[in-house]
Write a protein of this length. Structure first.
Length: 157
């Protein structure tokens, strides 16, 4: 329970994993790889951080949203594999940032997720990554989410 202990030291309690909002599953395991569907922010932070980074939100707020998304991904991962200590490596992260046309700091926003994974797994948390800007992302009547992240994780054999 090394990773769970680190989460506790960091003051992070994993929430209940999010439920799918459409016709998909939150994670699929193929061999020793787990593919996690796109996740967005949840909880109080979700309602505080809606809109476009670069217009409605700062880079720091986008970073906080990406960190929140990483926590939600961890909740789904734990529900899928049972024990986060089974993770061999975070393989690939796709970070999508809802941003203005002239915003170019997507990597700094997505670092909110990447930094958390590296703090938990060290070098095994370093991953291949894409950080891209999007015109819009899903949301609600009050606005769209600022960040959505997909993840691929390798499990120990």
């Amino acid at each position: 329970m090394e990773i769970e202990a680190k989460l506790k030291q960091m003051g992070i309690d994993l929430p209940e994993p999010p439920r799918p909002v459409a016709n998909y599953v939150p994670a699929v395991q193929v061999g020793n790889l787990v593919y996690l569907s796109g996740h967005g922010p949840r909880g109080e932070l979700r309602e505080q951080l809606l809109g476009k980074v670069g217009r409605d939100l700062t880079v720091d707020q986008g970073y906080a949203a990406a960190r929140n998304v990483a926590i939600n991904l961890l909740a789904t991962l734990r529900a899928t594999i049972g024990d986060l200590d089974r993770v061999e490596r975070i393989v690939k992260l796709l970070g999508m940032v809802n941003c203005t046309e002239d915003f170019y700091q997507q990597p700094q926003v997505i670092n909110g997720a990447s930094d958390l994974f590296v703090s938990l797994w060290g070098d095994r948390g370093r991953h291949a990554r894409s950080a891209v800007g999007m015109q819009s992302l899903p949301g609600s009547d009050t606005g769209s989410i600022p960040v959505e992240i997909e993840l691929i994780v390798q499990l120990r054999a």
